[in-house]
Write a protein that binds this ligand. Structure first.
Ligand code: ATP
Length: 378
């Protein structure tokens, strides 16, 4: 999610699809399907991957579109992505983790850069993954609740070590470097956001200018490059975009703790909530954990996914769906118009088919067809 900038006024709430009728009362959230309003439904074309076929006009356009997008990302800098005015909430590393949670909630944000005030240095990014690590620590050492209450943000690395998780390297980039470089560094480190760090001319010290997220970058691309994204006419099935196998799913009645565990095991930040017929009801996201542990209420993690989803902020935008027959062009149109953080791929009966994340889209835009540079999802 994108959280350090002010709310994006350009985002509009889109009409819900009929499938919303399947959602249980209390979890009624809008579903938005690009295929339902962006273009007439067509049967997804099947393509043979075995035989080399001459390049079709649609392939040529796709390549031209991708080239246009990459050139655009090489000409623009991270500074260009920043709105004219924005706020940046930086948290002192010495703050109690418990307090940091309240600050995030009060300010409607889900991540923040950390500042080591003793050494006047940027100290990494606080994200929902850190809270998930604290929860794992609490689960592994349930007798340590008193300590958990006393942990400070500076203890986060020790928590990672204690539970044996791999620390995500915090890469940063200078704001005036090409945006392509920022995207590339972010994707290669598997981070979902990248801090823009400059050096203060007077003090020679690091200064965090802002943090840009995948969401913000894709929004920037979608809003400014319609001439290129409109060329991306291949369907997500044709370009095999997203994940369709070994999907992690949950039920409304599963406990929040179980779903957190799924996220950790699969290294993902969203789990679709389905019913016994595989119909998509909702999506539990890593950020949904934050309100659950507000005020140190770790016991609430034993409550159900259904209960946790009722704690979402009032301005929650809903979840977004697409079908395998949707073109990347229409996905970009949805990103242009809405606050999309991922799309659940469904069939015509709203049954779960796959997950399309922002990192899948960004990786495709940057690296598809580039030899040796297109790495598989984690
Ligand atoms: P974020 O949403 O936090 O910005 P992201 O865009 O990388 O990060 P993730 O949900 O973490 O999104 O997805 C990482 C990878 O895992 C992607 O390739 C995505 O297709 C896949 N994925 C997403 N959700 C699931 C799921 N429930 N089961 C299996 N794979 C998934």
């Amino acid at each position: 999610m994108d959280e350090v900038e002010p709310k994006d006024g350009a985002d509009s709430r889109l009409p819900a699809s009929n499938a919303a009728a399947n959602i249980r009362p209390g979890h009624a959230l809008p579903f938005v399907a690009p295929s339902s309003y962006l273009r007439p439904k067509t049967k997804p074309r099947t393509i043979s991957m075995s035989e080399p076929t001459p390049m079709s006009p649609i392939d040529e356009e796709q390549i031209q579109g991708l080239k246009g997008l990459r050139d655009f990302l090489k000409k623009r800098t991270s500074y260009d992505v920043l709105p004219l005015s924005f706020r940046l909430i930086v948290l002192d590393n010495d703050l109690l983790i418990k307090k940091s949670l309240n600050i995030l909630i009060q300010n409607g944000i889900v991540s923040a850069p950390l500042w080591d005030s003793q050494n006047s240095r940027f100290a990494g990014l606080l994200t929902s993954t850190d809270y998930i690590n604290v929860i794992q620590y609490y689960c592994q050492f349930p007798n340590e609740l008193d300590n958990v209450e006393k942990f400070r943000l500076s203890n986060l690395r020790e928590i990672e070590k204690a539970i044996g998780v791999h620390t995500i390297e915090t890469v940063s980039v200078h704001p005036s470097r090409p945006l392509f470089e920022a995207c590339s560094r972010m994707l290669k480190s598997r981070a979902r956001r990248i801090p823009l760090v400059d050096i203060d001319d007077e003090t020679g010290r690091e200064t965090v200018v802002s943090v840009i997220t995948q969401y913000r970058i894709l929004k920037f691309i979608a809003v400014n490059t319609e001439q290129h994204t409109s060329l991306l006419k291949k369907t997500i099935q044709e370009i095999r975009l997203g994940t369709y196998k070994n999907l992690a799913t949950c039920k409304m009645t599963d406990s929040v703790l179980d779903v957190i565990n799924l996220m950790v095991v699969h290294n993902i930040s969203a789990v679709p909530v389905i019913d016994k017929n595989n119909t998509v009801l909702n999506v539990f996201e890593a950020v949904d954990v934050i309100p659950c542990i507000k005020g140190g209420a770790y016991d609430e993690l034993k409550s159900t996914v259904g209960e946790a989803l009722t704690k979402r902020p009032e301005d929650f935008q809903g979840i977004y769906t697409c079908t395998e027959g949707d073109r990347l062009e229409s996905i970009f149109q949805t990103i242009r118009q809405s606050r999309v953080h991922r799309l659940v791929v469904v069939d015509d009966d709203h049954k779960l088919r796959g997950m399309l994340s922002l990192s899948d889209i960004l990786k495709y835009v940057l690296f598809h067809g580039e030899e040796g540079d297109y790495f598989p999802p984690s």
